[in-house]
Design a binder for this molecule. Structure first.
Ligand SMILES: Cc1ncc(COP(=O)(O)O)c(C=O)c1O
Length: 457
């Protein structure tokens, strides 16, 4: 593309497109507005033709990789045939096939999907399903939801209420009946004197204490990501999730697993809950379901969750989203799943994740790297200013900002906060993974030289 055209597009983006969550300072002065033109596998090209390694698959989305023309073909065919019918009354051929394909892959007796368009909607749907099903089972006072501190469940109002970092000053008060408990963290124990599994079990028991404190007869559900990305890629042991299942069963509370990031192969299996041998009552999914080729998401439920709607034949779920299961989006997701199966993408995530982890672990030699952890192609490099105290860098740290800048300059896109996330598309090559690790390594080395005064280790 000619430079003049690229300049015009960039200016127009600054004038007319509201980039989610980016600050004006960032867009207009620092990193600059980036307009992308095309992608291929794990690589992206901006309008100036500069190549970037996509170190975070968009936002943990493009699991099957960029530039999959066959998904485009499937969407084109479906759009020409039928794009939309009322989600309130009907469904379409690709949406039926998608429901079946997902049910086949879901663990346990999760077998029905409420389709929607994104992760936040999936969480809203899960919450409303939990509340209405509790009421229909004869517990109309069970409306409370317990989530975890540090977790992220989305930005629509209900989902944001569950998200514990939630800009109180602009949007509070939040949805009533939401409570938060500690989240397991194998780098910084949550309970004094405890560590490892004992600390994780204490975190699980915190759910039970909160349920008992609130009165179990008022609690509809608890929600958690199997492996919390927002908490810095925290991977609890099996005992934690088994305990959550036990607590929910004991108190009649529904268990919601938020697999919006974890699902669709990110942790090395189709769903992270498979690795915990625990079947949640409701599971949310989004992102990798279509690898980002179309906005489609869902809340999957166990058969018994839908039972009340068969018993009370004249009652429907009080929830209708116009674009739920839209036919072109469903066709995109179906083709994506076909590719997942043909290329065994979850196994690629698992194997390449192991390869990546071996190299990333070497970064722990850096004075500013506290811990490297991950599962499948979902890894995080945690930055700390002091390895002994595990103190984090200040929010306005020049060191962290510089690492981010350098990685950008060297051609790798990802999110750099307390954690440098490494979560590329599963089709990433070993060579591209090597280049990503080198970019992180070199950026850390250079930033450590320039802003070493911030580092206490
Ligand atoms: C665990 C989890 N739940 C929900 C969401 C919200 O998804 P969306 O941004 O598609 O609304 C996210 C987004 O990253 C997420 O990580």
């Amino acid at each position: 593309m000619a430079v003049a055209t690229a300049d015009k597009l960039t200016k127009s983006a600054l004038d007319h497109v509201w980039i989610h969550s980016a600050t004006w300072q960032n867009l207009a002065e620092e990193k600059g507005m980036k307009v992308f033109d095309r992608g291929e596998g794990a690589r992206l090209y901006d309008v100036y033709g500069k190549e970037y390694l996509d170190g975070i698959a968009g936002l943990w989305v493009v699991n099957a990789g960029h530039g999959r023309a066959e998904i485009g073909e499937a969407m084109k065919e479906q759009a020409a045939r039928l794009a939309y019918v009322s989600a309130g009354n009907y469904t379409t051929v690709p949406a039926v096939a998608l429901g079946e394909a997902i049910a086949d892959l879901l663990p346990g007796d999760l077998d029905r999907v409420f389709f929607c368009s994104g992760g936040s909607e999936a969480v809203e749907s899960a919450m409303k399903i939990a509340k209405q099903v509790q009421a229909m089972r004869g517990f109309p006072r069970r409306y409370k939801i317990i989530a975890r501190r540090g977790s992220y469940h989305g930005m629509t109002f209900g989902a944001m209420s569950l998200t514990s970092i939630r800009a109180e000053k602009y949007f509070g008060p939040f949805m009533a009946g939401v409570y938060h408990v500690p989240s397991p963290n194998n780098y910084r124990a949550q309970f004094p004197g405890l560590e490892g599994e004992a600390d994780e079990i204490a975190c699980a028991n915190a759910f039970e204490k909160e349920i008992e404190f609130q009165d179990p007869e008022t609690v509809a559900a608890i929600i958690a990501e199997p492996i919390s990305t927002a908490n810095g890629v925290q991977i609890p042991g099996k005992a934690y999730w088994k305990r959550l299942r036990e607590i929910c069963d004991k108190h009649g509370v529904l268990l919601i697993a938020d697999e919006v990031i974890n699902g669709w192969g990110r942790t090395g299996t189709y769903f992270a809950m498979e690795q915990y041998d625990v079947v949640p009552d409701i599971m949310t999914m989004a992102k990798g379901l279509s690898s980002g080729y179309a906005p489609i998401a869902g809340a999957a439920v166990r058969s018994e969750i839908y039972e009340p709607f068969k018993d009370h034949k004249d009652v429907s779920l009080g929830h209708l989203l116009t674009f739920g299961g839209q036919a072109v989006a469903a066709a995109a997701a179906l083709k994506n799943i076909e590719i997942f199966k043909e290329e065994d993408l979850p196994a690629q995530s698992r194997d390449k994740g192991e390869y990546l982890m071996r190299q990333l672990k070497e970064l722990e030699a850096h004075p500013a790297v506290g811990q490297v952890r991950g599962l499948g192609l979902m890894a995080g490099v945690e930055l700390v200013k002091n390895k002994e105290t595990k103190d984090k860098f200040a929010k306005d740290s020049k060191f962290v900002k510089r690492v981010d800048e350098l990685m950008n300059e060297k051609g790798m896109l990802t999110r750099v906060w307390d954690i440098i996330h490494v979560a590329p598309p599963f089709v990433v090559t070993h060579d591209e993974l090597d280049r990503m690790v080198t970019i992180i390594d070199d950026s850390l080395t250079q930033a450590e030289q320039e802003f070493g005064d911030e580092i206490e280790s």
